[in-house]
Design a protein around this ligand. Structure first.
Ligand code: 3HC
Length: 283
């Protein structure tokens, strides 16, 4: 089955980035969200990114027009009736995701692949909410999506080889590199990255070094493009905490214990860049 029309569910940071790379590659994209105003904001953000590319002479005005013309905006899952692939990038909440997959299963043709950008939930459980568990898979992108080269292709226990191959093929077509990962808490990247961030927060919590010093240390001493504390603010402290909790519960291992300081920041609503305040101030 050839993929030419894709629905992306969720027009937040990840969803809009995913939709952008798909449209840039030439796919018809239906961008779906619960409110029209979210969609309008996402398209505005994508148009701005394209303007930056034009300024840098990586794209032309004609490219921008063609890319934007590939978009259809939607607030109704029923618009997925003739797509070959859905990529869900909605809120990282199990009840919401399971509900979306149940609905998509009813609406989309039987051969449509249903992918989730989940960063921590069980893809196997999501697959099991549908009558096509062989055609459900994780397709996990990284922020900022247009820049980050990786896609984790997270296979549910039930995902067929044919489905995985179709997603690897798509990953290559959009200019990204796919890695083959089995469904497991945090998959591969977040299992490694988020405990590293958690440990960086412990280093601050225990007074070993300040946030600025920890970041400087990892930028200059380990060549990270961004220090772990700044990265935590960038990802969202609530997202980091949610992933630590999934690892802690999923492996029943105290080595994944979320740092109390991380919890405190989340309780205070200091979620990082998106709220204007995390370990750093963005006001
Ligand atoms: N959208 C599109 N392009 C962007 C962008 C965005 N949001 N942010 C930056 N860029 C582009 C810039 O245009 C620039 O491109 P150019 O040099 O070709 O013009 C390039 O990226 C570099 O940007 P900057 O010069 O502004 O800044 P930096 O060199 O500091 O790079 C960064 C910014 C790419 C964000 C870099 O700091 C970085 O790689 N940080 C780490 C990001 C990371 O680890 N992400 C993974 C997070 S984990 C995750 O997403 C998983 C989830 O499940 C938690």
């Amino acid at each position: 089955m050839e993929i030419n029309k894709i629905m992306v569910i969720g027009s937040g940071t990840m969803g809009s980035g995913i939709a952008q790379v798909m449209a840039e590659t030439g796919y018809q994209v239906i961008l779906n969200d619960i409110k029209q105003e979210f969609l309008d904001k996402a398209i505005e953000k994508i148009a701005k990114q394209l303007d930056r590319d034009i300024q840098k002479e990586r794209k032309t005005e004609e490219d921008k027009t063609a890319i934007l013309e590939r978009f259809t905006l939607s607030t109704d899952y029923a618009d997925a009736k003739d797509v070959q692939l859905v990529i869900e990038a909605a809120t990282e909440n199990k009840t919401i995701k399971l509900d979306i997959f149940r609905k998509l299963d009813e609406i989309t043709p039987a051969e449509t692949i249903l992918a989730s950008n989940t960063s921590s939930l069980s893809v196997t459980e999501i697959a099991n909410a549908t009558k096509r568990p062989d055609r459900v898979i994780g397709m996990h992108f990284f922020n900022p999506v247009p820049v980050m080269k990786l896609v984790e292709v997270n296979r549910a226990l039930t995902t067929s080889q044919e489905t995985a191959e179709a997603i690897f093929d798509l990953t290559k077509k959009i200019g990204k590199v796919g890695i083959d990962v089995k469904d497991s808490p945090g998959f591969a990247v977040n299992r490694i990255l988020i405990p590293m961030i958690n440990e960086a927060i412990y280093t601050v919590y225990e007074g070993v070094a300040s946030a600025e010093e920890v970041d400087e240390a990892m930028k200059l001493g380990a060549n990270h493009p961004m220090g772990p504390i700044a990265l935590a603010d960038y990802i969202g402290l609530d997202v980091c905490l949610a992933i630590m909790e999934v690892l802690y519960e999923g492996f029943s291992d105290s080595k994944y214990r979320p740092c109390p300081l991380l919890k405190k920041y989340v309780e205070a609503g200091r979620l990082g860049k998106k709220t204007g305040q995390g370990f750093y101030s963005y006001k």
